[in-house]
Design a protein around this ligand. Structure first.
Ligand code: GDP
Length: 380
């Protein structure tokens, strides 16, 4: 039995048919404001002490690579509360001059290709070379279903114990655009904390590769040989985003197959568009399990960075990415203002019904909605 209070938080959707009886079981459950006391999720783990830290405390903590403060700054960024976000923006503004000094690498591939094993092996190798490594993930599945493809297993166990490595799983909730904005800001905070290699992992199952491509200098596509379908369901478009294809699991009985796949992909690459001006995308092999081929792929990345810096494409891409980021934020804000405006909300269902009943043309409907929104602004 539900308590009275619980029932108050449930209500019928406005599209419930008028003649529907008790068989109509759908109820809308009211959302709750982030609660600072219940301690149920990441946002609420920001206790009053944290929110009361001065901006300068956050900035100092991040610059000193105080991992607790670093993690809390990221929690501020990821919070959906306006108050936290304002503070996060103040902190970011201070940190911005200290950002940008890292190699940003995106890593994608279908689940099971070996991305997390690769990141563990590559990450440990980079630490040995004296780098400081931050690993971020962008997992769109966690936004949609609150479940996650990338985070549901124990991953990168050895790497996560290293003091010069910082691993942060994907923020959850919101649109892919929102998740990406938060991850981008997290990347900047990690750079300010002194991490000079940022590895951003995503899953090769949709739009997220394009998002990650728009945040990184080098984009690596991890693949496996002999998975049946020649392109493993990875679309040509994704291959065209990549600066290198890495055929993983080139060990044991699989080594020959991996070499054949490398030759096949090398041929195919001749017919595809290049991701980066002046750089030829090639196929390579490695074994994330044994470490064979890992230093070689890092050398490819280093060569790429030095070449694109010389040709100034590196700078051009970063500048383009900044513009993309800014306009992405503008678009996100405009969209949310539009859909959250009370007059649009009041009229949208009626207009939707009119379109569905062929009473008005879609173009008229769009004009009507935009006019409602414009009037609203003018009357402000
Ligand atoms: P992800 O889903 O892309 O992150 O893939 P995982 O890193 O979780 O790897 C999936 C499976 O492949 C695991 O069982 C790994 O142990 C295995 N695996 C990953 N890399 C290699 C490799 O280089 N060689 C072999 N033989 N297995 C590997």
């Amino acid at each position: 039995m539900k308590s009275k209070d619980e029932n108050k938080n449930n209500y019928d959707p406005d599209w419930k048919p008028k003649n529907a009886g008790s068989e109509f079981a759908i109820k809308i459950v009211k959302g709750v404001e982030p609660n600072m006391n219940k301690g149920q999720n990441k946002i609420t783990s920001l206790n009053n002490k944290t929110i009361n830290l001065e901006t300068s405390d956050f900035v100092k903590g991040v610059l000193n690579n105080d991992r607790t403060i670093l993690a809390r700054t990221i929690t501020l960024i990821e919070s959906n509360s306006k108050k936290h976000n304002e503070k996060a923006q103040e902190v970011l503004k201070e940190l911005l001059p200290k950002t940008g000094n890292s190699i940003r690498v995106g890593i994608t591939g279908v689940p099971g290709a070996g991305k997390s094993t690769l990141i563990e092996t590559l990450g440990l190798y980079l630490l040995e070379q004296g780098h400081k490594v931050a690993v971020l993930t962008i997992d769109p599945s966690s936004s949609v279903t609150k479940g996650s493809i990338l985070g549901d297993k124990t991953r990168m166990e050895k790497l996560s114990r290293e003091k010069n490595c910082f691993i942060r799983p994907s923020p959850s909730g919101g649109t892919l655009g929102g998740v990406a904005r938060k991850s981008r800001e997290t990347m900047l905070v990690c750079e300010a904390a002194g991490y000079d290699v940022i590895l951003i992992e995503t899953v090769g199952v949709g739009q997220s590769e394009i998002t990650v491509r728009s945040m990184v200098d080098f984009f690596l596509l991890v693949m496996i040989a002999g998975a049946g379908d020649e392109l493993q369901g990875i679309k040509k478009g994704v291959i065209e985003l990549a600066d290198a294809l890495l055929i993983n699991k080139a060990d044991g009985d699989n080594e020959t197959k991996a070499n054949i796949a490398k030759a096949d992909y090398s041929n195919a690459l001749h017919y595809l568009m290049r991701a980066t001006e002046g750089w030829e995308t090639r196929a390579h092999t490695c074994s994330a399990l044994t470490g064979v081929g890992i230093p070689e792929i890092w050398n490819v990345i280093i060569k790429f960075i030095s070449l694109t810096k010389k040709s100034s494409f590196f700078d051009k891409r970063r500048k383009d990415q900044s513009l993309h980021w800014v306009f992405g934020m503008v678009e996100d804000k405009l969209l949310s203002n539009f859909y959250n405006s009370p007059d649009v909300q009041k009229n949208i269902n009626e207009i939707k019904n009119k379109i569905l009943n062929s009473e008005i043309l879609p173009t008229t409907a769009a004009d009507m909605l935009l006019n409602i929104y414009d009037d609203l602004k003018e009357n402000k």
